[in-house]
Structures are given as C-alpha cells and as structure tokens.
Design a protein around this ligand. Structure first.
Ligand code: ADP
Length: 425
C-alpha cells in the first residue's frame, strides 16, 4: 500500500511516501520519498539588485536514499503543493509511475475541535468542519484544507484521511477541559483542546510496546519538548490532561512562546500601556519563552552554550524552563494518581540530556532514577531509567508522518475487511 502523508504548516510543508505490505513493521521504516518545502526564502539574485523579497521556495528531496536541494521560484503555496505532488512521478526523484499508484493520502490537521476524537476519512462534512474550525487556527487549518483540495484536483478520487492534532485530547474529562471563566465561554467553543496529540498518542503506544505491556494498563506522562512544548497525562491509553489549551500558547515555557502567564499581566499591559490584542499576540507567541528571557536564542542548544559561557540570563531561562517543566509534570502526576513511565520526545526531549536529567531529578521521591550514562548516550527509542528505578523513562523519536501513515494503513485495512465481511453475508 502506497501511503502519501502531507504535513502542511503555515510556512513549510513536509511530505513522505511510505510503501507498506500486509503487516505493519515493528519499527518506523524510512519513507521511500520525502520532500521538505520552506516558503518565503530570500532570492539570492536580490543581493545583486539590492532588492529584498523573500518569495522563493526551498525544496529538499530525499528519494530512495539520495538527497537533493533546490531553490524554486514558485508563485503560491498551492502551486508549491502541485509541484511537490508531480515530482512523485516526474523528474529525477520520481518513485511511482503515475498518480494512480498512490493508494491513500493522509494529512495532519491542527484543529479538529471537540467533535473529532479519531483519525477520519475526508468527506464534505469533514472539510466543512476544518473550514469552520479555521477560526481557532487560521494559519494552519486553511493551509491543510488547501492541501486536501490540491490532492483532489491532482490525484482524483484517492481516499484521503485526516489526523487531527487535537483528536487525542478530544475526550478530556470536562473538569480538565473547561476554563473557569463564565459558563458561556464553553458555548463559544472556548475550552482546552490540547495539541501535539498525534505524537503524544504515538509515544504512548511506543512506550507500551517497549515495555511489552498493554497500553490499557499504563499511566504515562509524555513530554513533547520541541519549539512548541506540551505534556500529556495518559491513563489506559486516553489523554486525561494536557498543558496546551484553547491555543498552543498555554502551559510550558517554549522557544518563543510564553506558556501560561497570569492573565492579569495582559489586562495590565492593555490598560496602562495601551497594548493592542495583536501586539500582545506577537509578544506572547514570538518574543517570549527561551528567547524572551535569555535574549540569546529560542534554540535550547544556544541557550545551554551561553549558560555554560557564564551568561546569567541564559541560566535563568534554562532554570525557568526546567522549573515550569517539573511543576507541570507534577500537575500531570496528580491527574493520573501514579506513574509507570515518563517519555521525552521532540527536539529538546530527544537531544538534551541536561533537560531530561534536570526534569527527572526532583521525582526521586517516586523512586524514579535516570541512568546517567544511558541518558547521555541515548539515540532514542529506549529506556534510560536505572535498572532499579520504580518508574521507566523513555526517549522516543517523534515520527509524526509515520504515525499518520500507520493510521491510514489501519483505516484502509479496517474498511477493506468490513467490505469483505459484508459481501460474505
Ligand atoms: P518543532 O517543534 O518545530 O517540530 P523540533 O521538535 O525539531 O521542533 O525541536 C526543535 C528544538 O529542539 C530546537 O529549537 C532546539 O532547541 C532543540 N534541540 C535540537 N537539538 C538539540 C540538542 N542537541 N540539545 C538541546 N536542544 C536541542
């Protein structure tokens, strides 16, 4: 089964093609074809003319192990997606003979509201819901809907599937989902949705697999620490609490996002300094977090390097990041009432032994012990807890595209066996 995955962002798009057989491999396979497109890249010719217009698209392709990179002058995001799809069967990186060879297309969609708690086939109703929910995630949902439409036009009637980043959290208990404002907020759709659900779910399944236990018997805290950071408390395979909320701004301190701050700060700034909503959005999303406090970078590697070189603000940024991580892990533990395993994933979670060690340190009272050597040497998808630790600690590589491909495979398989059953009787 040839599965194409489209993972569209506001300024970039990732796509992968997986070729799967009759059973799912235990470990994530390499895609046979992968394209990463980045929009709004500066045109090198501008240096000669003195102009500056960031209108180019950087296209990085990896097909059957060979990598290439080009800078293309493509007019719009829609055209870029068309160009990317056509390169599946045309040109040097072609891996299929034509569009008819693709069996299913899976899309990551950021916002599925509270109605979608599972991966689902694209129908006119699902498209209408993605459009309606764009009010909550304007940059993302619109780009993702456009991707679905371009596939319809280019590949025709191929089955399409959407995996929502909110779906895993859609059945949060109401006590965790509702904000304690006026009850009317709930009617306006203002509630905790949570994000990074595709990866939280994937990490929970992978942790159960590594433990050799049934997910239904486990209590897990998954720590997704990338540019965006969030935690999920997972009991019996269900997300029962999470730190991101109505928007991906809530919760942990992040690269450039503040995470939770006293809402009184915002009304104070509006009242006394006449800050507009748009300006506050900008400050909270792009000028806060590691970057805002350190003044060095949003990248944890650079914050750590500056801290080691004696930069006091970088040290404060690191200590705040860890403090907020620990106190939110504590909150997730309280929602779970116990812990079998903690998982670290995404850029910082997978690559920073410093953050993992500092986050785990204070949970010794639970009997949690990280093995120092395993922590520094970890290459991912393994247990880094000491043998006598009462809680397992996993590092799991985020594999969003693979997680979506796997869901597509399961959904199509289930549909095919339903069909066979119906035609037997
Ligand atoms: P995104 O959330 O955009 O998908 P990633 O999951 O790739 O991002 O995480 C990006 C972040 O991971 C970077 O900003 C950087 O801070 C962090 N990171 C990557 N490698 C390391 C490392 N070796 N040590 C510490 N942090 C790292």
């Amino acid at each position: 089964m040839k599965i194409l995955v489209l993972n569209a962002g506001s300024s970039s798009q990732k796509s992968s093609l997986y070729d799967l057989g009759d059973s799912l491999p235990g470990r994530p396979p390499e895609p046979v074809w992968e394209v990463r497109m980045e929009y709004g890249v500066a045109d090198p010719r501008d240096q000669e003319t003195g102009e500056s217009s960031a209108h180019m698209t950087r296209v990085r392709t990896k097909a059957r192990g060979t990598a290439t990179e080009t800078l293309a002058d493509i007019g719009s995001r829609r055209e870029a997606t068309e160009h990317m799809l056509a390169s599946l069967w045309r040109g040097d990186a072609a891996v299929v003979s034509g569009p008819q060879e693709v069996d299913v297309v899976g899309h990551r969609v950021v916002h599925g509201g509270s109605d979608y708690s599972d991966t689902t086939r694209v129908t006119p109703e699902v498209k209408a819901a993605i459009k309606r929910l764009a009010v909550f995630a304007p940059l993302h949902n619109q780009a993702e809907l456009e991707g679905i439409e371009v596939v319809e036009q280019t590949l025709g009637a191929v089955p399409q599937v959407v995996a929502f980043d909110t779906a895993f959290h859609a059945r949060l208990p109401m006590s965790a989902a509702v904000y304690p404002g006026p009850y009317s907020w709930l009617d306006l759709g203002i509630r905790r949705y949570g994000f990074h659900g595709i990866n939280h779910q994937y990490c929970a399944e992978s942790a159960a697999q590594l433990l050799g236990k049934d997910l239904d018997s486990l209590r897990l805290v998954t720590c997704h620490l990338g540019n965006g950071c969030s935690l999920a408390a997972i009991r019996n395979g269900r997300s029962v609490d999470t730190t991101m909320g109505f928007t991906p701004l809530d919760g942990l301190m992040m690269g450039t996002r503040s995470g939770s701050v006293d809402p009184g700060i915002l009304t104070y700034l509006m009242r006394t300094m006449r800050r507009s909503g748009a300006r506050l959005d900008e400050v909270l999303n792009h000028e806060s977090g590691l970057l805002g406090i350190s003044g060095v970078s949003s990248d944890m590697r650079q914050v750590l390097a500056a801290m080691q070189a004696g930069n006091a603000r970088a040290k404060l940024a690191f200590e705040m990041f860890v403090h907020r991580l620990r106190r939110n892990i504590g909150a997730m533990l309280a929602s779970l009432g116990g812990l079998d395993a903690m998982v670290f994933t995404a850029g910082i979670g997978e690559n920073s032994p410093e953050v993992r060690a500092a986050a785990g340190e204070e949970f010794g009272f639970l009997g949690l012990k990280i093995d120092a050597a395993k922590n520094t040497q970890s290459r991912g998808d393994e247990d880094i807890a000491a043998p006598d630790s009462a809680v397992r600690v996993f590092v799991i590589r985020a594999q969003e595209d693979w997680a979506i491909a796997r869901e597509c495979w399961r959904l199509l398989r289930a549909a095919a066996s339903d069909y066979t059953e119906r035609h037997k009787s």
